[in-house]
Design a protein around this ligand. Structure first.
Ligand SMILES: *Cc1c(COP(=O)(O)O)cnc(C)c1O
Length: 468
């Protein structure tokens, strides 16, 4: 069993094991938890390229977790059981590129991979400790539904998911409220997404309540989420290297909170032969501006065709920054302070104007998103969702002979059928599960945008987990 320890990017938290890191989420010093060292796996890659997706997962996870092999194997099987493709995440050749389809989970988006694992890690750890957990989440759509599907029906976990009433896409709302398990509580808050987040933060700050109900979070900075996403870079990368006889591969990644592409960065640091990681943003381009100029500064959030990437600050970016500044916690903390004060910070750029040798970055705007969807449909009879199209359109600008491009497909096109209609002029994107949702019964309670109301709701619906 592995003894990898986790440290904080800010350097003021004692090292802890994997299970504690999962339960802790955000480090107590305000930083993000990262593995103390990054394993080098280059000597194993030939062997790994013969393995199944499940077996590659096992080989990678066991380097990072303090869970016995047998329990880990069964946890992996349970996490992939709800996926509807036998290869879990196939890399499909389309035109000149490979499309890595990550949308075969229960909510048809790549977040399912991380949240199925997170649900199973929570369950395993709670069983070991004979404890209960109440998850409180605020969502504008995506993460909430993947999180609900990740923990539904589990004995030791309840989940309360707040969404802004009437402000979530109807389909995404349905994906949440149609889950009727006893441990799932959908709360429509009469306010905005910011109100939901404010309520969540204030309840987490109420330490007496937080401890009495063992409140936990599923946010995108949980190390277990990043870890479970490292796997598909290896599985797709090794497969394409082998079938194409190439020396390196490139990945293009539609990016919002920097969680997905960070997993690719870990894969690269572990020794996967990655030529470039191509970071694609929509018009909300804080990250692409950073990788092209070294300046990380806030802009306004504008709505786009790829709403899951409409972010202002990328919550996982701090992990990358830690490596970028030579693992110097003091320098990192200074940069973060500067950013929090001024809304901007500046890093050095290399002589070639690049911030990092492995990252390339660009923007896929509205028109190129629509054009890419249309072109792949007309030329290859392939439908992609708008997030995927942002990645493909930017990825194509950084193609290089001899380094196959693997474009990550982060959602099933049927989840964004309006964009498909706009791009192709036709109603093409359907999925049986989404069609069935239309008539599904739902469960949801409405509450005022007030932390007292949400606290009272929790108190009256589940027992306290600890005595006063
Ligand atoms: C969350 C999400 C993204 C962005 O992923 P990050 O890890 O936040 O960079 C891209 N596409 C879809 C469909 C998503 O749900």
């Amino acid at each position: 069993m592995n003894s990898m320890r986790y440290i904080s990017t800010r350097g003021k938290t004692s090292p802890m094991g994997f299970q504690d890191a999962v339960m802790t989420g955000l480090a107590p010093d305000g930083g993000l938890l990262i593995p103390e060292s990054i394993p080098d796996v280059r000597d194993r890659l030939d062997k790994w390229s013969e393995l199944s997706y499940q077996d590659i997962t096992f080989e990678i996870l066991r380097l990072f977790v303090d869970i016995p092999d047998d329990a880990l194997r069964s946890l992996i099987d349970r996490s992939y059981a709800p996926f509807t493709h036998e290869e879990i995440a196939p890399a499909v050749p389309v035109g000149d590129i490979r499309i890595l389809e990550l949308f075969y989970g229960p909510t048809l988006a790549f977040k399912d991979i991380a949240l199925q694992f997170l649900g199973n890690f929570f369950e395993y750890i709670l069983e070991q400790r004979d404890e209960q957990l109440n998850i409180l989440a605020a969502t504008s759509g995506d993460t909430g539904s993947a999180a609900i599907h990740g923990v539904r029906g589990r004995d030791r976990i309840n989940i309360f998911v707040m969404h802004p009433k009437g402000r979530v896409a109807p389909l995404q709302e349905k994906q949440m409220t149609s889950v009727l398990d006893d441990n799932v509580f959908n709360l429509a808050v009469e306010g905005t997404f910011d109100d939901c987040q404010r309520i969540m933060k204030s309840l987490f700050r109420d330490l007496k309540f937080k401890n009495r109900y063992t409140l936990g979070a599923v946010n995108s900075v949980n190390w277990a989420r990043v870890l479970s996403q490292i796997v598909y870079y290896f599985s797709a990368g090794l497969y394409v290297l082998k079938t194409d006889g190439a020396d390196r591969v490139r990945f293009s990644v539609p990016t919002g909170n920097f969680g997905d592409i960070l997993a690719g960065y870990y894969a690269y640091r572990m020794g996967l032969p990655v030529g470039k990681l191509i970071l694609a943003t929509n018009e909300n381009d804080i990250l692409s501006r950073f990788f092209n100029s070294g300046e990380y500064s806030l802009g306004d959030v504008v709505p786009t065709l790829s709403p899951s990437m409409d972010i202002q600050v990328a919550s996982n970016f701090e992990r990358y920054l830690f490596y970028k500044v030579g693992q110097d916690s003091i320098r990192l903390s200074q940069l973060i302070d500067r950013f929090e004060k001024d809304g901007t910070m500046q890093l050095d750029v290399g002589p070639d104007g690049n911030v990092d040798e492995v990252f390339e970055s660009g923007i896929g705007d509205r028109q190129s998103t629509l054009d890419t969807i249309k072109r792949y449909y007309e030329d290859y009879d392939y439908l992609m969702d708008p997030h995927t199209a942002v990645g493909v359109s930017v990825g194509e600008r950084f193609m290089r002979a001899g380094e196959p491009l693997i474009a990550l497909a982060t959602a099933h096109p049927a989840k964004f059928s309006q964009a498909i209609r706009e791009a192709t002029g036709r109603d093409l994107a359907r999925h049986e599960y989404l069609d069935k949702l239309a008539d599904a019964p739902t469960q949801c309670d409405t509450l005022p945008a007030d932390q007292g109301a949400v606290r009272a709701y929790i108190e009256s619906h589940v027992p306290a987990t600890t005595a006063e």
